[in-house]
Design a binder for this molecule. Structure first.
Ligand code: Q0Z
Length: 287
């Protein structure tokens, strides 16, 4: 690293550093988690794929909302960004009913206060995308909250603005992805506020770690869908009878290679840019 960077935080698969002048450095590792456990085996270039994808989306959604990106570093995995005051909610948008949304719908007919049509099947497309905020839990298991509870946490006017922007980002990105054979089932945005009080998109955005990407060609409602990126890992973990507690199994070379190829494929399909070009000059995703 070229300047004094002080480590200030670790996520399951990322690291956060402080830089001079109110900047942060987000570094995406090649670690992979499944069933909430980080595996002992890394997926080469996974962090670069996620960093490149975030940069790509930041460059293409500036007309919807400002973002925190200042620069991509030459290593392809590190993002210099503006330090913000982060909102205390996770901004989740769902276009399909799956995961905790499916659980809540199945139990109550509602998700975060949205009453949904009766008789929906798992993974079905929603009539319209919905904003389903969640609290930020330290455990990593975010808890869905109602729109009123979220408005209590950030203020009514800010809530209305966040909901409108999150839905617009989802509509933009899901249309882009679907035209390229990838369903963006749902996604989680992290938004912050800058010194002028303006809303800013932060963290990683519209990556496979912050979203559910499904291959469109095998989509079929009525069951859970295969994950675009992690399905080989999940299938392998199931095949060895792992009990989904720490530590997870080491991945064989073939599973690593197949999974790396899926990340690189997602990058190429979504950006239209060859991953080798990104490795040669990360700024290609910003142009
Ligand atoms: C993101 C996180 C990671 C651990 C804080 N632009 C920003 N301004 C203020 N705060 C953040 C950002 Cl991106 C911020 N996180 C998430 C990332 C490791 C936690 F790499 N935490």
């Amino acid at each position: 690293m070229s300047e004094a960077a002080v480590h200030v935080g670790s996520g399951k698969v990322r690291e956060l550093y402080e830089l001079p002048d109110d900047r942060l450095l987000l570094v995406a590792s090649d670690r992979i988690s499944t069933f909430d456990v980080v595996l002992p085996t890394e997926i080469p270039d996974k962090g670069r794929v996620l960093t490149g994808l975030s940069g790509f989306w930041f460059a293409r959604t500036k007309h919807i909302v400002a973002n925190h990106l200042l620069a991509l570093r030459d290593d392809g995995r590190s993002t210099e960004c503006r330090r913000l005051e982060m909102l205390p909610i996770e901004c989740v948008v769902r276009g399909y009913i799956t995961g905790s949304g499916w659980k809540d719908y199945h139990a109550t007919g509602e998700v975060c206060g949205h009453r949904l049509p009766e008789g929906m099947r798992e993974s079905e497309r929603l009539p319209d995308p919905i904003f389903t905020p969640a609290t930020k839990a330290q455990s990593g298991h975010d808890e869905n909250i109602t729109r009123d509870e979220a408005a209590e946490l950030v203020g009514r006017d800010r809530f209305d603005e966040v909901e409108r922007i999150a839905l617009e980002l989802y509509r933009f990105a899901s249309a882009h992805a679907e035209a390229r054979g990838i369903i963006l089932a749902d996604t989680k945005f992290e938004l912050g506020v800058d010194g002028d009080g303006a809303l800013v998109l932060a963290d990683e955005a519209l990556t496979p770690d912050s979203s559910r990407f499904w291959p469109a060609d095998s989509y079929a409602p009525g069951r859970s869908q295969p994950s675009f990126d992690k399905q080989f890992v999940r299938d392998y973990c199931e095949s060895v009878g792992w009990d989904k507690t720490y530590p997870g199994p080491e991945l064989p070379d073939e599973v690593v290679a197949e999974t790396r190829a899926k990340y690189v494929e997602a990058f190429g399909r979504l950006t239209g840019i060859s991953f080798d070009d990104y490795l040669g000059d990360p700024d290609v995703v910003l142009r």
